[in-house]
Design a protein around this ligand. Sequence first.
Ligand code: MOS
Length: 757
Amino acid sequence: MGHKEYSDTLDEAALAYGEAAGETRSDIPPAPQADVRAEFKHIGGRTPRIDGRKIVTGAAPYTHDIKLRGMLIGKILRSPYAKAEIVSVDLSRAKALKGVKAVLQLTEGTAHFAGQQVAAVAAVDENTAEEALRLIAVEYKPLPFVVNEDQAMAEGAPRVYAERPNVDRLREYERGDVEAGFKQADVVLERTYKTSVEIHHPTETHSSIAKWDGDRLTVWDSTQGVHSVRNALAATLGIPFGKVKVIKHYMGGAFGSKLGLSNQTVAAARLARMTGGPVKILLSRRDNALCVGNRPSTIQKMKGGVKKDGTITALSLVNHTSGGLRGGDSCRVPFREVYRCDNCRVDDFSVFMNTGAARPMRAPGHTQGTFGYDGIMDELAAAIDMDPLEFRRKNYTTKSLGGTGDPYSSKGLDRCYDLGAEAIGWPRRNTTPGAGTGKVRRGLGMATQIWGGAGVPGTLADLMLYPDGSVEIKCGTQDIGCGTRTHMAVVAADTLGLDPEDVTVKLGNSDYPYAPISGGSLTVPSVAPAVRDAALKAAERLKQIAAQKLEAAASDLVIQDKKVFNPQDPEKSIAYQDLFRGQGRLRRETIFHGERKGLPEGYAYNSFGAHFVEVEVDTETGLIRIIKVVAAHEVGRIINLQTAESQVIGGVTQGISATLFEQRICDDTTGNLVNANLRDYKIATSVDIPEIVPIFVDMVDPRINILGTKGLGEPPRIPVSGAIGNAVYNAIGVPIREIPMTPDRVLAALKSKEAGQ
Ligand code: MOS
């Protein structure tokens, strides 16, 4: 049995994710550049979601809401053991229960984590399905296991995988000569920063409904990738891709846990085939904590060397990261890219454990790495008595240091530093960390963000012009809650001189033209340029029609405010609707194909940002209160300011929650999660969230795509923990090097400071 079978996760999507977030190039010719800096009516403005009313009134259908005639309910039985041999499985009593339509064994041999699927049932209703699960008799032989990092890394620990060690190399990176670099330094610090396992916990748990019509399968799935699920599901079932259709209308969050095919989708399809009727499987909150991914923990041992003038001479990182049954997250990218340093080394090691396999979670590796990296930066700055922001400005780079070595196509990080520092009132910080007195101490801190998110070349969108003048766009992308329908509508509307509500957007269906997973901050920079491309072609056609009627050259005309006219002679115009009447009009529906073209070679494509945080730390209780977060980002052109701000507020909120509260806790005697619910797994509530001020640098990337826009999904999550950590350090004069920064950890740090350690 290979890793894939019991990893309970999604190799293909993770792969696609890695590529999309990384350094891929396309050989498709560069996009036309002529209009990248065009001015627009709606793009960049505040357009409320075109489907907002539907969402807030409960009319928008989520996968959970979908009910089909004759639909059966599927349930999955899971191993209670962190590792056990499955000696025997007796399905006979479950099969005999009235109302049970199918029973299926899913795992033979060994169960590798508490939560691994063992068997599934489909029954007429939920209670019958539950009862059937109880009637399945499984004999287990428990085996030795490891469920925390110390256990897994210990000498002689039980092996998770027979064929590889529990601690195994993940990635490595080196430039320059690190040892020589440390010799040049005036100050060398060695520090260990740690992050815990986080759970994605989307509001809407994972769910799938499968329905067969002969040899054709339709699946309604709560997914970030209708195309990726279609492909992986068809491959798993051994049927052609074209026989499978995946639909996702609305989604209550995902954060990486729904990038590709999940086991419950396969189980629903198999049960549906056995029963002949549609089958729905909806995972519980507990299932969501156990078996559909998590953010790997990290133990980051870092060493940094600086000269008194602020030159960084060498940096090294040894990262031990655990994604349970799957490899962990490399922290190398922020470590090697963000600040100038000639000598840099990173060693990432995966630590395998008998816990549910990790899945990518909002900026995998960058989020954890930035906490450690920006933490030691502040400690180094303090050691040479330099302002942390000045230290970062001194080590600024306009070229990719560790990747391609190419210059960034655009980089507005310096503007983020200026705008963010001004908005938070940076000069108010304690010049010396911990200089304040009294029970409650205030501090300011900041951290830097880098991410990819240039989008995926080859993304397609079709724009249909109907003979009545109505406009429809089809794209096999997803709206995972970020407002994709609205982005698509404003781009098409501005290109065709219409209003967003004039455009019908169709997405979330694998029968529509190809679009990538909605993950890796890919959606806007993939889909918006494809829509723009299709709409430019449609606009061209409409201008040709207008040119005949106006007896003008099509190239002299513009299409704006529901009119076509020559700007030199604006009195003479033709109304948009009149293009669809009389001679020479579009007589039938006409389709225009749009494509997101390739990225010009020779540049690095990244987004940047800097967060500035003000905190209050109660030195008696150890409680941290966030006073304010200023989140400055440069992501090229903003398509819709309203949803962009929402994205930032959401990312910062999630970051505050992870930094102060979130950690998965496993009982190392039973191997089970002790907080697999939303009462014991603490998530921030509205009272924990302060004023959040999003700032966007006014910049258009000249090359990245025809709209000059970069992805924003992950960036606002990346620097939050680092900025909070540095603010706490500034407040109390001692860093908290582990998240979550719970009161006990704050008090322990204060105590160690008092003891002069
Ligand atoms: Mo993601 S980790 O779905 O951007």
